[in-house]
Design a protein around this ligand. Structure first.
Ligand code: PEP
Length: 245
């Protein structure tokens, strides 16, 4: 039985004052012990967030695949772990779009994070053009095939299916379309790692709100949500946690 996970992604938003939102989110998480709750914050906020709300899983939004070195502006998995991160997102569509990251990069980053004992949320998802061309399923299968790290297992790895055209747009796929992609994602993971795939959580991400969260998380094989915009305030994020109950 997979526990639901509701994970926030603050992206390049937030400051020390905004960490007060995490107090309320942590209280909601404590009130719903059947749901796992996590928030990925900008690297600059990880240490302050992790020490402010030690009961909440605070994570990074990305890590570099190398352990250290001449990579100006980047942060390693060891660095974010030392700051207090328990997990990291890798392969987010905004990294793919604006930093030209590939599934191979996501694979290397996931492996680096794992070496440092971090859990990983590995993102995949098609563009609008790929969906319109009827290629959504094949794109997601290929992304998983190229990025699933060695030793993948549900105790440290979560997949997030995030159709790029749904991120930050207020548009979501139909529940049937979400079910179809989650089913093919599960089948692909099973093909790669066998029965252990049944323990790997697959989140849906893309314009999840308090209004649609319960219906989306009620779809077969949807094990929670990765939430961008609606994770920035407790007022919007807490109803999503409640939708997972
Ligand atoms: C995301 O960026 O991972 C995301 C799902 O964003 P939003 O919820 O704002 O669509």
């Amino acid at each position: 039985m997979r526990r639901k996970l509701v994970a926030g992604n603050w992206k390049m938003n937030g400051n020390l004052a905004m960490l007060a939102e995490l107090d309320v989110i942590a209280a909601a998480a404590a009130a719903h012990p059947g749901v796992d709750v996590a928030v990925a914050v900008p690297a600059t906020l990880i240490a302050a967030a992790a020490s402010r709300v030690p009961t909440l899983a605070i994570g990074a939004e990305d890590v570099h695949e190398a352990e250290s070195g001449a990579y100006t502006g980047c942060v390693s998995a060891a660095m974010v772990r030392e700051a207090g991160a328990r997990f990291t997102i890798v392969g987010h569509s905004e990294r793919r779009e604006y930093q030209n990251e590939t599934s191979q990069d996501a694979w290397a980053k996931a492996a680096a994070a794992r070496r440092q004992g971090l859990s990983v949320i590995l993102c995949c998802g098609e563009t609008g053009a790929e969906r319109d061309a009827g290629r959504a399923e094949r794109v997601v299968q290929a992304q998983i095939e190229k990025s699933l790290p060695e030793g993948a297992s549900g105790d440290w790895l979560t997949i997030a299916y995030e159709p790029r055209w749904a991120i930050g747009t207020g548009r979501t796929p139909t529940l049937e379309d979400i079910a179809a992609i989650h089913a093919i994602a599960r089948a692909k993971i099973r093909q790669l790692i066998g029965a252990a795939a049944d323990d790997v959580r697959i989140l849906y991400g893309g314009s999840v709100t308090g209004d649609n969260a319960r219906a989306i998380m009620g779809v077969a094989d949807v094990d929670g949500a990765l939430v961008g915009g609606a994770s920035l305030t407790a007022a919007k994020f807490v109803p999503i946690i409640e939708g997972a109950v």
